[in-house]
Design a binder for this molecule. Sequence first.
Ligand SMILES: C[S@@+](CC[C@H](N)C(=O)[O-])C[C@H]1O[C@@H](n2cnc3c(N)ncnc32)[C@H](O)[C@@H]1O
Length: 215
Amino acid sequence: MAEHFAKREKEVLNGNITPDALIDYYDNWADNGYDEEVSPQVYRGPQMTAEKVASMFYTSARDNTEILDIGAGTGLLATQLRKYGFSKIDALEPSIGMLNLARKRNLYRNYYNCYLTNDAIPDVKGCFDCVLTCGCFVPGHLPPDSLNECLRFAKKDGKIVITKRANFGEPKYDKSLRSLMEELEVNGKWKKTLEIPVPNYYYDNVGVIYVFRVL
Ligand SMILES: C[S@@+](CC[C@H](N)C(=O)[O-])C[C@H]1O[C@@H](n2cnc3c(N)ncnc32)[C@H](O)[C@@H]1O
């Protein structure tokens, strides 16, 4: 893995960072080469996610498929989704620096500049065909209980697609995420329809894509 990424990982992808420091960090990274550092050659998560999402919707339906991209960043996922014909994509992203780069590229229909919390965009619920998040279920970013918020935004029978590093080396975080995923299934909130490892998700790190159907 590139040295500079190992440094980034230490600085930002850790459970000790405060919400304010996280925003500052991403605002700064947006202005200083996020997209160049996280290029499609080394970060394949957005392409893999878009390909999976495209496989779930007929070509003719894509233009009308409403998608929420949580932790949208600079819009790397929307860039890939647009290649498959998706266009009704909303972004939720707390870093204004990251979001402004996405805005410049005109990638999203709505831009929600906020954290994913239980009162984020309270008027928007149960309306998305697909709720996505790529690279955000990591310590210090989306806490495991954000799964409940993903569910809040999705329609019945809608899909929730989560792409992340397979093993982040934070067993406590991963364990708690997996147990909430299972609990939501036991409680009849969703059904897992896919869990697939994806090689070379980021550099040579294995990723995982989960797909859930909302019940
Ligand atoms: C590693 S970046 C991934 C961005 C984008 N999804 C991509 O694949 O390029 C993680 C993003 O998650 C956002 N983020 C972190 N914590 C968040 C939270 N609690 N709610 C929503 N977004 C969050 C960050 O601001 C950052 O843009």
